[in-house]
Ligand binder design. Structure first.
Ligand SMILES: Nc1ncnc2c1ncn2[C@@H]1O[C@H](COP(=O)(O)OP(=O)(O)OP(=O)(O)O)[C@@H](O)[C@H]1O
Ligand SMILES: [Mg+2]
Length: 219
């Protein structure tokens, strides 16, 4: 069972967006569980909307609770035969982030190119190092501008990540309104924008993360 923890010290960097689109895409072939450790429980609220929109479908499944319950939730996920668990975490809560990184086979740090996101990377690195999870963590550039600022934005994130010796995935997500739109109706871009750029980005990212997660192959 692979466990991917999506973490960031910065609110609004795209943790929930990334978790849900990846989960929906992966659920086409795998048994997927999303664990929502955010006290705001936006992923859980979203799941209720998805169930209303898709009938009784439970792909992905979702569980929510405080980070202190995470070991138990992971045990249950294993027992139920989950193949991929995606953990959505709250920002700024070091204890929840550390707890989420402990069972993780991969840590995913979404970063937008705003200066606040970039500065927050520093705090993120601190938590990742504390959890001894740096080697299994990667940065995913999110909301990359599609216009002429694209290259400068990519370079800037690469520069900050490089400074902290963090690996950056070459697969990234553009700033596209479809990422927000679909989730409002409980759907992922691989459903609402099947042949579009966003679905291609999510599929490519999912495949690359799967390949990057070498620990997960051990079972
Ligand atoms: N690639 C993207 N393109 C366009 N909008 C995006 C993209 N990624 C995220 N957003 C938007 O940015 C906002 C924040 O995203 P999201 O809620 O996923 O962040 P978060 O890290 O989970 O936030 P929080 O820390 O508050 O839980 C949302 O309105 C979302 O729709
Ligand atoms: Mg969130």
């Amino acid at each position: 069972m692979r466990v991917w923890s999506i973490i960031s010290q910065k609110g609004g960097s795209g943790k929930t967006t990334l978790a849900l689109h990846l989960a929906i895409a992966a659920a086409e072939e795998l048994k997927v569980l999303v664990i929502d450790l955010d006290p705001q429980q936006s992923a859980e609220r979203w799941h209720a909307i998805r169930q209303r929109a898709t009938g009784s479908k439970d792909d992905p499944s979702i569980a929510a609770g405080p980070y202190t319950k995470l070991p138990e939730m992971i045990r249950v996920a294993k027992k139920l035969g989950a193949e991929l668990v995606l953990i959505d975490t709250p920002p700024k809560l070091d204890k929840a982030i550390t707890a989420a990184l402990t069972p993780a086979t991969l840590g995913i740090i979404p970063v937008k190119s705003s200066i606040l996101d970039l500065q927050a990377l520093e705090d993120c690195v601190r938590v990742v190092e504390f959890a001894k999870a740096k080697a299994k963590s990667v940065v995913v550039m999110n909301a990359v501008p599609t216009g002429r600022n694209k290259d400068a934005s990519i370079k800037e994130v690469a520069r900050y990540a490089g400074r902290h010796e963090l690996e950056v995935m070459p697969e990234r997500l553009s700033e596209l309104s479809v990422y927000a739109q679909g989730l409002r109706s409980g759907r992922g871009v691989t459903e609402t924008d099947r042949n579009g750029t966003s679905a291609k980005e999510i599929t490519a990212l999912l495949e690359a993360l799967w390949a990057r997660d070498s620990e997960g192959t051990e079972g």
